[in-house]
Design a protein around this ligand. Sequence first.
Ligand code: PMP
Length: 366
Amino acid sequence: KPIGARVELIDLPLRDDLRGRTPYGAPQLDVPVRLNTNENPYPPTPALVEDVVREVAAIAGELHRYPDRDAVALREDLAAYLASSTGVSLTSANLWAANGSNEVLQQILQAFGGPGRSALGFEPSYSMHPIIAAGTRTEWAPTPRRADFSLDVERAAEIIAERAPDVVFVTSPNNPTGQSLPIDDLRVLIEASPGMVVVDEAYAEFSSRPSAVVLLEDYPAKLIVSRTMSKAFAFAGGRLGYLAAAPAVVDALQLVRLPYHLSALTQAAARASLRHAAETLGSVARLAAERDRVVDSLAGLGFSVVPSDANFVLFGWFEDARATWRSYLERGVLIRDVGIAGHLRVTVGTPEENDAFLAASKEVGR
Ligand code: PMP
């Protein structure tokens, strides 16, 4: 037993509002087919790996110095990528980056949420939104989606107007259900919001709908678009999330970020990875085609499948989703129980991984 193991969590003077809560907990299990955390299944190309190694070698001799606190070169590269993929002219002043979009979202709630303030989200959605709200003592206002997981935008706008949250989260495409919102719907939600609207676009590259970035010019005092390199960019282990917003929003986040939060290693690796964006993002079309194959095959097997324009699929219906999740695991296939009754979520993998998943799907009980 480790030293101190006789003390339990309940013995500690933990904040009352954190007592009894559960941490984020996607299981990290070593099984042959891992389709549970929406990563890109394709590893970095040899050329990208070489570039990362070269960049990291170049800065290794300067690790006694702090990194560029404002990560300006990286933000310039991110601005160039986002501008070219959305057609909106952005500069480094519009971009902010942190260790994964989780840290970006936390900084947003540190600056715009906090004690006495509230954040609203449309559930089911990304489980970290309420967890980050709890950590920053932002009151969480969960608002339900329709039974088919789509968003009733008119009703949502009414609820936003009634509750007047300081921050609204809109996940598009939504994790774990897969659908994205049209720009006109986002407009309705932003118009109704008295505070900040965060459009979490972690899976935007997989969607054919335009990014909310096109709305920044119209709503500079309200809109924040959050993105990540963890999904389409195949950089989950590198930890790089970012946002696009008005420069004043970036100024606000500077008040709460920790100095030197982005290591020199992270900045260098992310920049190298961005230089290879074209080859990495080549996998997006392949994954979208595989997603459609997985959806069709599941439907063919008699499952009900929620339409998705992301790199994952929510499907059911299971009498006991937890037991079915275990049946998949026994067949070497790790998928995700996201806590939605009767449903499980599978990430789109390589064709071989998807075949293994579909073969298991024929066998598991319902
Ligand atoms: N937003 C959404 C909707 C996500 O699904 C995820 C990852 N599961 C994130 C944000 C956070 O990802 P990261 O911190 O790796 O950027």
